[in-house]
Design a protein around this ligand. Structure first.
Ligand code: BV8
Ligand code: ZN
Length: 245
């Protein structure tokens, strides 16, 4: 199959990749679903929503500080690095991620669209003004916005919140113009992110899904690779090299 995928890729000029928590799993970042997943221990609606923050800002900040510290101790894995390398094989390569861990940028990827924000960034809950990054937030003494006095929150997109219009519109534009779409390490359940591969497929792109498990979109994939992305993506790069030499 890897030779077939390499052949299919070589004819493509415009690639869009959508990643989820699965690509960071081999770095030690817990995914959301699955038995060890975050949603197994914590309720999304009790932690990743505006209502939760209004009701218990300290509990929400405890959770984000825990995840922030966890993410500050991990490194990108071979899957992240392979995607940074893969960009060289295309005229246009756009990496769209649902992850807030920033590992794609650390791995050297350039054209990244962070659909759901970044856990290291902060902003005011009332006026959205950015607030200095990478500062330790004390859940019991949450800093106030210098402009309006509002509480500081993590600059991530919570459930029920709109995504940044510029980011999501570009993601849809690029997906509709792609001739190759890689769907990597996502359960493809959260919207509008999960709509992107559908847009690309309808526009005629070749859809390759890389996930040890099947997802609601596996039926429309041209190729489903049931392997960990940190193992498959480096091998795909080698197969591309072999295919052109
Ligand atoms: C919105 C940031 C307008 C915060 C996150 C249409 C239909 C139904 C529902 C909706 C809809 N439109 C809107 C909704 C509501 C909602 C939604 O989609 N709900 C779902 C649950 C049905 N969407 C929203 O609220 C969005 N906003 O639409 O606003 C609006 C508002 C109200 C009503 C209508 C419209 C905002 C969504 C963003 C929420 N923020 N994160 C934070 O991180 O704290 S979402 C968060 O969860 C992640 O970012 C990610 O998106 C999602 C988790 O999914 P994955 O990343 O895929 O992770 P998961 O664990 O699920 O899967 C991992 C996969 O990897 C597995 O398949 C596994 O097999 C695989 N894997 C494991 N190891 C490996 C691997 N793969 C490869 N290699 C490995 N080694
Ligand atoms: Zn403010």
């Amino acid at each position: 199959m890897i030779e077939q995928i390499a052949k299919a890729i070589i004819g493509c000029n415009r690639c869009v990749v959508l990643t989820g928590a699965g690509i960071s799993a081999e770095s030690g970042v817990p995914t959301f679903r699955g038995k060890e997943g975050l949603w197994g221990k914590f309720k999304a609606e009790e932690l990743a929503t505006m209502d939760a923050f209004v009701a218990n800002p300290d509990i929400v900040w405890e959770w984000y500080s825990w995840r922030r510290n966890l993410m500050s101790e991990v490194e990108p894995n071979p899957g992240h690095y392979a995607l940074a390398e893969l960009a060289k094989w295309f005229d246009s390569f756009v990496l769209v991620t649902q992850n807030v861990d920033g590992l794609h940028r650390t791995a050297g990827s350039k054209d990244i669209l962070e659909l759901h924000g970044n856990i290291n960034r902060n902003k005011c809950v009332k006026c959205n003004q950015p607030f200095p990054e990478h500062i330790e937030i004390d859940p019991n003494d949450i800093p106030a916005c210098p402009a309006c006095g509002g509480k500081i929150r993590p600059d991530v997109v919570w459930f029920g919140e709109m995504l940044d219009a510029g980011v999501i519109n570009r993601a849809f534009d690029e997906s509709a113009r792609a001739d190759l779409f890689l769907l990597v390490g996502t359960s493809a359940i959260v919207y509008p992110a999960a709509q992107l591969p559908v847009e690309a497929k309808h526009a005629g792109a070749t859809l390759v899904e890389i996930n040890p498990e099947e997802t609601p979109l596996t039926f429309m994939a041209d190729f489903h690779v049931g392997e960990p992305s940190g193992q498959f993506l480096p091998r795909l790069l080698q197969a591309l090299e072999a295919a052109v030499h």
